[in-house]
Design a protein around this ligand. Structure first.
Ligand code: ME8
Length: 496
């Protein structure tokens, strides 16, 4: 059943964390928006997410709680699944790297790379950053610390397997040339070329013997597979690569896009294609490196102690408000600084005042004046406006420019609200001879709202469905109550 309209999109697989914060939801919401958008347009979508469960960090965290790693993980993974449910994440498949099929597949992949001569045995001397699961050479350190997170690194020396990453510099550069969209936004290419490829790629250590919690190398006891090799292949094992648990590799691979945070672009745009080249496998079409959510310029994360709890957020303002805010407030490719004030202001201005108010006043007038719905009675100006809005929306979505796509919709809603003020339906209603005009105004408003709701569906599925239901006659209810920003900020400072 070959369907040319296939769309395979992935999030990174998350390190299991008991403290989920809105930084974690950012990429997953964006991926969900894209997956819903493509499904709405008739694509056969595969949306993969999951968890990355191996490595020293997990082993240490589990031991701290006196638990076996798997026991520790099961509890945390349940929390993650709960969070995706809360956030209305419509993933098609969820992979755990402890899943038996993945473990066996990675063992086969490692052996295959070894047999092809892409992996060899050597000695590892260098530095290791435990939280990042990253090896570094002396020269890569910044002031003796991990260049990614700035934390202390440890000395490490042991017998280990290496992947011949050094052989792939030229081919990776060619890839960036040939496949212009391979790595986006474009600024990320310069980072990769200048920081890693130009200085010369090094062979990368891909096995460890100093801890146990990893996938064992099945032909050399004591070695476990480097967590990034294990993790990256999730994108293919989840489709059935080197296993029979799934069967849709041919159907969905190569991936249309991997969404990843900017700090892991390096693994996705150098190590990942290099390993695929070594195995002569097709490369993903695109890697998109998004920015971070920050607070006071610092990446939101548990270690910085500045997490914003999505549960609290969703309970007070709704999941759709959170999804909307994340996608509208920040440009996806860049960092964005979170403040409660920004968030409250955004919800008020766009969702309560613009969208919510338009829907409420349109339906109130329709009810009050007893206007029958008639899709043929729409002002030509709005047919043009909404068709231009749809075109602009699509163009932005294809570039993953969620912010601009939403700006297009809300620009049209703004225009629609102005149309109410210009046409003053309450005046028309007083004059029986203006009945036809009044019918056109109300139906034009309905038309604009209906198209906007359609476009907003991937971003705010519940709200869009509610709008559609109200247009179809369901009981009227306010979509987003207006927030008293000053009062709410006081509440948040006292309780946050
Ligand atoms: O990196 N803003 O897992 P992870 C935006 N297991 N994105 C954020 C963020 C923030 N404040 N905090 C985290 C890993 N993220 C690996 C991935 S893929 C084969 C293996 C994003 O749980 C981060 O940028 O540390 C990353 O893309 C994702 O959450 C998972 O991070």
């Amino acid at each position: 059943m070959a369907n040319s309209k296939r769309f395979y999109i992935t999030t990174p697989i998350y390190y299991p964390s008991a403290d989920l914060h809105i930084g974690h939801t950012y990429c997953t919401v964006a991926t969900d928006v894209m997956a819903r958008y493509k499904r709405q347009r008739g694509f056969d979508v595969m949306f993969l997410t999951g968890v990355d469960e191996h490595g020293l960090k997990i082993e240490t965290a589990a031991a701290k709680e006196g638990l076996e790693p798997k026991e520790f993980l099961d509890r945390i993974v349940a929390g993650i699944l709960d969070m995706w449910k809360l956030m209305n994440i419509s993933y098609d498949r969820f992979i755990r790297t402890t899943d038996d099929y993945h473990v066996k597949a990675v063992q086969k992949i490692f052996r295959e790379l070894y047999e092809r001569g892409a992996i060899y045995k050597g000695k590892y001397v260098g530095k290791y950053c435990v939280p990042c699961e990253s090896f570094w050479t002396e020269t890569q350190l910044e002031n003796g610390k991990c260049p990614d997170c700035g934390r202390d690194v440890q000395d490490a020396e042991e017998e280990a397997y290496f992947f011949k990453q050094s052989e792939y510099g030229e081919r990776i550069l060619e890839l960036y040339e040939r496949q212009q969209d391979f790595l986006t936004p474009k600024s990320r290419i310069n980072e990769m070329v200048n920081n890693f490829i130009k200085p010369g790629l090094e062979d990368i250590c891909v096995s460890r013997t100093s801890f146990k919690w990893g996938i064992p190398v099945d032909f050399d006891a004591g070695h476990v597979v480097y967590v990034w090799v294990d993790a990256l292949f999730n994108y293919m094992t989840a489709l059935g690569y080197m296993n029979d648990a799934h069967n849709d590799l041919e159907h969905y691979w190569p991936a249309d896009v991997h969404f990843v945070g900017k700090e892991i672009v390096r693994f996705h745009s150098i190590l990942w294609p290099a390993m695929l080249m070594a195995l002569e496998l097709p490369l993903p079409k695109q890697v998109y490196g998004h920015g971070w959510l920050t607070i006071d310029g610092q990446k939101i994360g548990k270690s910085l102690g500045n997490a914003v709890d999505p549960y609290v957020f969703a309970e007070r303002y709704s999941v759709d408000a959170l999804r909307y805010f994340l996608m509208r407030e920040f440009a996806f490719g860049q960092d964005g600084d979170f403040t409660w004030e920004r968030m409250l202001t955004r919800i008020n201005s766009d969702l309560a005042n613009n969208l919510g108010n338009l829907v409420a006043r349109t339906l109130a007038m329709q009810d009050k004046y007893g206007i029958a719905s008639d899709a043929d009675k729409t002002a030509p100006e709005f047919r043009t406006l909404m068709s231009e809005t749809c075109a602009e929306f699509d163009a932005q979505m294809e570039k993953f420019a969620f912010q601009s796509a939403l700006q297009a919709v809300f620009g049209a809603l703004d225009r629609t609200n102005k149309y109410v003020d210009e046409t003053t339906p309450w005046t028309l209603a007083k004059d029986e001879s203006k009945r036809g005009e009044l019918e056109t105004v109300i139906n034009t408003l309905r038309f604009a709202i209906e198209i906007a709701a359609y476009l907003l569906t991937p971003f705010m599925p519940d709200t869009a469905a509610q709008i559609q239901a109200q247009l179809n006659g369901a009981e009227r209810a306010a979509l987003f109550p207006r927030i008293d920003v000053k009062k709410e900020l006081e509440y948040l400072t006292q309780n946050g």
